[in-house]
Design a protein around this ligand. Structure first.
Ligand SMILES: Cc1ncc(COP(=O)(O)O)c(C=O)c1O
Length: 420
């Protein structure tokens, strides 16, 4: 197949996608680092925030703040309405059937722990199997290891090819009558590989196996429709989606959530409490013990409104062209090794510079104003699969530009000169 790589100019030329206006919405992008313009390519770890989110957070604290759900006064009612409006915004973003299917958590990690604990533990016993992919983030591994340790379950790992392609046939072969749970990433935070989750769910459901999708990266870069995917659980995290930290989302099918015991106990999640007994509220409140992250949820709502105002298809198209450009530029450096070349992958590039440790590379890049991540990316099993203990990772967002990729390449050349 011939890959037509767009020129730097062509990357930015899209109707309805005004990169300059988008960049102007993110105040931090105007910062300098070590006297150089900031080139922020660490979006896979956490994305920057547009002023629309910063203002929504500031406005909530300045004018509309009180605790939610339990007050009878004006500010509590306003805060409750704003908090619940954010839940509706998330529902629409995922196209969930009902608000009751949207649970606010601290982050994606907590959402996955909630499912492993409240859904997995009662259903998965000695010798039962949990099928993951080798690309999972530790957030979607360790909660299942808990079940392996505590219940005697067995973890199985769907492989990827040397190019980082998800191998659907190999995945299917790993399913057995003992498979009780499948948990897969939507998009790898190291390779950028996109897992065909709709197919995965179809195959799993033919055998009656529930599926959790970790959308910490996927929800940022791809349109998501949980009813179309038919997944049982979908999780994502606010701070990677241009929203605040401290807020994440668990989507779960209503009938499954209704059958699940609470994850934590405390205020707001009960039916009633006496000295002798307790009953529990309905989802989503059953799973939101204690004071929630009120303003963070409102900020997440603003972040989603922002993403929708740009358009998820526009973002996907733009990031796709930017990735093509970056892959061609980085791919032309014969002293740089790229991990992950899966067809249609998302805008993440992991790489190594020959003869240099990833930590040294990222430190030197930083001196040129270029922020990338180096290390295991919380994916140690995947790095072991590729026989490495760390890589550098450039992860792109909707506000990155081809000029920033050029700056990365220039800084990489300088890095290389120091190690050659
Ligand atoms: C694929 C994936 N899953 C889960 C997580 C965990 O996100 P959080 O730390 O916000 O819970 C990350 C974060 O890097 C991720 O990339």
């Amino acid at each position: 197949m011939t890959v037509i790589t767009p020129s730097a100019k062509a990357v930015c030329a899209t109707d309805g996608f005004d990169i300059d206006a988008i960049r102007a919405d993110f105040p931090i992008l105007a910062e300098k680092v070590h006297g150089k313009p900031l080139t922020y390519l660490d979006n896979g770890a956490s994305a920057q925030k547009p002023r629309q989110v910063i203002e929504a957070v500031s406005n909530a604290y300045t004018h509309e703040y009180a605790n939610v759900h339990r007050g009878l006064h004006h500010l509590s009612n306003v805060a409750t309405a704003n908090f619940e409006k954010a839940r509706e915004t998330v529902r629409a973003f995922l196209n969930a059937a009902s608000d009751e299917e949207i649970i606010f958590t601290r982050n994606a990690t907590e959402a996955i722990n909630l499912v492993a604990s409240s859904f997995g533990r009662p259903r998965i016993g000695e010798g039962d199997e949990i099928l993951l992919t080798i690309m999972e983030h530790h957030s979607n591994i360790v909660p299942w290891h808990f079940i392996r340790e505590r219940q005697g379950a067995v973890l199985k790992w769907a492989p990827v090819s040397d190019d980082g392609e998800f191998l659907l046939d190999e995945f299917e072969k790993l399913i057995t009558p003992r498979t009780k749970m499948i948990a897969v990433t939507h998009m790898s935070n190291v390779l950028g590989t996109i897992v065909p989750v709709k197919e995965v769910v179809r195959i799993a459901h033919e055998r009656g196996i529930p599926v959790l999708v970790d959308g910490a990266q996927g929800a940022v870069h791809l349109p998501v429709d949980v009813q179309d995917l038919d997944c049982d659980f979908y999780t994502f995290t606010g701070h990677k989606l241009y929203g605040p930290t401290g807020i994440g989302v668990l989507y779960g099918k209503k009938e499954l959530l209704e059958a699940m015991p609470p994850y934590q106990g405390g205020g707001e999640m009960i039916g009633y409490v006496t000295t002798d007994e307790v009953t529990y509220g309905k989802p989503p409140h059953r799973f939101e013990a204690g004071t929630p992250a009120i303003v963070q949820a409102i900020g997440l709502g603003a972040a989603i409104d922002y993403v929708e105002s740009i358009g998820r298809e526009h973002i996907k198209d733009y990031e796709g062209r930017l990735l093509d450009y970056a892959m061609e530029r980085l791919g032309s450096l014969d002293w740089l090794k790229i991990y992950g070349r899966a067809e249609g992958k998302g805008s993440i590039i992991s790489f190594d510079v020959e003869g240099a440790h990833a930590h040294d590379v990222s430190t030197i890049l930083d001196h040129h104003g270029v922020a990338v991540r180096a290390g295991t990316h919380c994916c140690e099993p995947l790095l072991a699969r590729f026989g490495v203990s760390s890589t550098c990772r450039a992860s792109m967002a909707m506000y990155n530009t081809p000029q920033e990729i050029d700056r990365l390449v220039e800084a990489l050349h300088k890095t290389r000169e120091m190690f050659a």
